[in-house]
Design a protein around this ligand. Structure first.
Ligand SMILES: Cc1ncc(COP(=O)(O)O)c(C=O)c1O
Length: 401
């Protein structure tokens, strides 16, 4: 008898976040774990009206198969949206995918061989680690600070390794919430361009800016071996599973074939409903409502942390996105903290989920978008008490030892 599973299926680990989401189903738990939007802002009535309109005006066609590339009117809308910020991306340089996550997965399938080296941030996006792990790649994670990736370290890695692909999140990075400065964007582009390394620039959080002015994409400085990702998940609905990737023709042709082999196309129905919703509603108003509320929730979390956490805990101060990244003093384990916290009905994602080598054990990711302010205050209070309990337990055992 041969084998049941392919070796890559045995290599890939379960999503820790999905596992945590199972634990956090209980209504008494306040969860800062998932990366979920606040459901208060899902445009339920508007989507209902759009769906009815699509069915009434073009029902039979909408229920038919469609082209892999995606609905032309939706790709035109996305192209116009880029044009508004001075970015020139033609509709035929856009491929609609099942969320940005599918774009990450088909990029892996299209560009990665076993033992290829990939650059990403440390901590980095768990979904990309998971997707690329399937191709048995080697991760080179590079520290990300308040103003972006450590470009000196990036240069060192690029000099030392033959890097196949870099995957970066310059805006409100998941999980730190950090933003690359303009200088870091330029420098990163120069380093990659010189070596013609494929850059995947993930802009899933681009629209969730609470303050400051938008910065140019890295694409502005390096657009040949470049793929830009976007998504409707954070501004309309993640349940719709509609995102996209943008690339020039030679790259795009291969991505389309990879997607075709995967699922033929993203649901025609959901694409039509989103396009109708966008035609009939003011998306900027929707985005303004979301970021108004998220910035209040973020501010609330940033006010509660120093009130309830011991002062030794460090944390990022995001100006957008969905997450705060907090770090316990060295040697303390956020996985141990997780058990104490769950007993107090509060959850988060331990830091090791965001690296490939279990070296972020004292950090944790806290989501602020899915809980209203009263829950954030109560949750941070519970988490603060869990941290203090862990600290005092540890102190006692070290005295005994
Ligand atoms: C950086 C990043 N990229 C992509 C995704 C996936 O988004 P989508 O829902 O569009 O698949 C996420 C989801 O949290 C994310 O954080």
């Amino acid at each position: 008898m041969g084998h049941l599973f392919a070796s890559r299926a045995l290599l890939s680990r379960k999503s820790f976040i999905r596992e945590i989401l199972k634990v956090t189903q209980s209504p008494s738990i306040i969860s800062f774990a998932g990366g979920l939007p606040n459901p208060k802002f899902f445009p339920v009535d508007e989507i209902k009206n759009a769906a009815v309109k699509v069915m009434e005006t073009d029902g039979a066609n909408t229920l038919q198969y469609t082209i892999t590339e995606g609905l032309p009117s939706l790709r035109e809308w996305i192209s116009r949206r880029y044009a508004r910020r001075g970015v020139d991306i033609k509709p035929d340089e856009i491929l609609i995918t099942n969320g940005a996550q599918q774009a990450v997965a088909i990029i892996g399938k299209t560009f990665l061989e076993k033992n290829d080296h990939v650059v990403m941030e440390k901590p980095g996006y768990l979904g990309a680690i998971q997707a690329f792990e399937f191709y048995e790649t080697i991760f080179n994670q590079i520290d990300i600070g308040e103003d972006g990736i450590d470009t000196a370290e990036l240069r060192k890695v690029l000099d030392a390794q033959d890097i196949q692909l870099a995957y970066l999140i310059p805006n409100f990075q998941n999980p730190t919430g950090n933003v690359y400065s303009e200088a870091k964007r330029r420098e990163t582009a120069e380093l990659l361009k010189k070596r013609e390394i494929l850059l995947v620039e993930d802009e899933a959080y681009y629209e969730l800016r609470f303050e400051g002015k938008p910065l140019p994409s890295i694409r502005e400085y390096y657009d040949t071996n470049h793929i830009l990702l976007g998504s409707f998940s954070k501004i309309i609905s993640p349940g719709f599973r509609v995102g996209w990737c943008c690339a020039k023709k030679p790259l795009m042709e291969k991505l389309v074939v990879a997607k075709q082999a995967n699922d033929l196309h993203t649901s025609h129905f959901t694409q039509k409903v989103i396009a109708q919703y966008l035609a009939d509603n003011d998306i900027d108003r929707q985005i303004q409502r979301i970021i108004g509320q998220y910035s209040r929730q973020c501010r609330c979390m940033l006010e509660m942390i120093p009130r309830y956490f011991p002062p030794e805990v460090q944390y990022t101060k995001p100006t957008g996105g969905m997450f705060v990244w907090a770090t316990l003093p060295e040697g303390w384990s956020s996985e141990e903290l997780f058990d104490v916290a769950i007993a107090k009905d509060v959850a988060f994602v331990p830091g090791n989920a965001f690296c490939s080598d279990a070296s972020l054990g004292s950090s944790m990711r806290l989501n602020f978008t899915n809980s209203d302010e009263d829950k954030i205050e109560e949750g941070i209070k519970r988490l603060g008490s869990a941290i203090k309990e862990l600290f005092s337990k540890k102190k006692k055992t070290s005295v005994i030892a």
